[in-house]
Design a protein around this ligand. Structure first.
Ligand code: MG
Length: 164
């Protein structure tokens, strides 16, 4: 049985994951508006992954005899200035999620919920991947620049996500 305190923390994190999904979809729409289908592809896969994260937490709460309570999702920003600004936002966002996952893990420790701790190990590892991926794309964009040929090459690279 999940404790009330941990249930609340899990429900909050479910909201953060769906909010992330919604943010990435808004970013994808921005990329579509710039005619960058590869960027949009990468971001739409991210959207689906975040829904998957939310559903992992949803499943856990139910399996542990808790009650999922969905919360309102905030409106995401619609414009991001440039492709570099967009990936700066992605990295900033994932760093924020890492802090939230770590806090959730601390609550699982306080509540001595070992099953929750095991589940959250997956999320802790996932955040290492999320930050590394965002950081790598951002660094490449900064190096190559976000105009003309460089941007087209980057768009082609991001188009390949999910194809293999
Ligand atoms: Mg996530």
């Amino acid at each position: 049985m999940v404790s009330k305190k941990l249930q609340k923390a899990f429900n909050d994190q479910i909201n953060h994951e769906f909010s992330s999904s919604y943010l990435y979809l808004s970013m994808a729409a921005y990329a579509e508006s710039l005619n960058l289908p590869g960027f949009a592809n990468w971001l739409k896969i991210q959207t689906k992954e975040e829904q998957g994260h939310a559903m992992k937490l949803y499943k856990f709460v139910n399996e542990r005899g808790g009650k999922v309570e969905l919360q309102a999702i905030e409106q995401p920003p619609a414009a991001f200035n440039s492709p570099i600004a967009l990936f700066e936002e992605v990295l900033k966002h994932e760093r924020k999620i890492t802090v939230l996952i770590n806090k959730l893990y601390e609550t699982a420790l306080e509540e001595k919920d070992y099953a929750a701790q095991v589940l959250l190990h997956w999320f802790i590892e996932e955040q290492v991947e999320e930050e590394a991926a965002a950081s790598s794309i951002l660094e490449t964009l900064k190096m190559a620049g976000e105009k003309g040929h460089a941007l087209i090459m980057m768009d082609r690279q991001l188009a390949r996500r999910g194809q293999n």
